[in-house]
Design a protein around this ligand. Structure first.
Ligand SMILES: CC(C)(COP(=O)(O)OP(=O)(O)OC[C@H]1O[C@@H](n2cnc3c(N)ncnc32)[C@H](O)[C@@H]1OP(=O)(O)O)[C@@H](O)C(=O)NCCC(=O)NCCS
Length: 189
């Protein structure tokens, strides 16, 4: 129903319940790759859990509280990007993202997040976007930096991951700093 073509190969689609099998299978295949970063990814995940995850994203979208979109590389679901943690009074939100391991290294998340940034600043009229990641998550840090986010600080020992209290790096991007990149095209209207 809702989709946004990024280029000839990459499409963002708002996740719907009919995508549950694909989401489940991508998560299952990539459990080892993702489990350290996606704390909700339990050993017992089922297709039904994937449905609930999708439903929560749809409710978020319906309530004008962000969105969760699948990243499709041609016909294959490659990963998911999201706008979450929206605080309307402060006009700010966070970006989230993950990819199946075999889909890394092609710019899929950077390109998808560029579109979400355009959506957040141009359509939602937000003032600030944030990305938080484990200080040792080099790939995620590079995404934030590639997108023009500024490293603003480190929340020391802020979450329990990989059997230790990990530092979280906070990156921010303000609408006044956003270059726009390309003309805004309607996305998830
Ligand atoms: C974080 C994660 C999404 C990053 O994936 P990624 O593939 O490195 O990110 P992108 O899709 O933006 O691709 C960037 C890579 O593609 C390359 N690339 C190729 N064409 C590109 C293009 N047109 N534009 C941008 N990058 C391009 C870049 O050089 C970069 O590779 P490099 O890091 O080896 O230099 C992925 O590692 C992941 O899912 N990790 C587990 C979950 C996770 O950590 N999520 C984030 C939690 S905070």
């Amino acid at each position: 129903m809702f989709s946004h073509k990024i280029d000839d190969d990459i499409t963002l689609r708002l996740l719907e319940e009919r995508h549950a099998e694909e989401v489940f299978s991508l998560l299952e295949k990539n459990r080892n790759h993702l489990q350290d970063e996606l704390t909700w990814l339990t050993d017992q995940l089922s297709v039904n859990d994937a449905k609930e995850y999708i439903k929560a994203g749809l409710e978020r979208f319906a309530a004008n509280n962000g969105l969760r979109a699948g990243v499709w590389l041609q016909d294959n679901l490659a990963g998911i990007v999201s706008v979450h943690g929206l605080v309307w009074d402060d006009r700010k939100a966070s970006l989230g993202y993950w990819l199946g391991s075999s889909f890394q290294g092609r710019g899929l998340v950077t390109k998808s997040c560029s579109s979400l940034i355009a959506y957040a600043f141009s359509k939602l009229k937000l003032n600030r976007l944030e990305i938080q990641c484990d200080s040792e998550n080099d790939r995620s840090r590079k995404v934030a930096e590639r997108l023009g986010f500024t490293q603003e600080g480190i929340l020391r020992q802020s979450w329990w991951s990989k059997e230790r209290f990990a530092d979280l790096v906070v990156y921010g991007l303000l609408s006044s700093e956003w270059q726009g990149g390309k003309p805004y095209t309607p996305l998830f209207t």
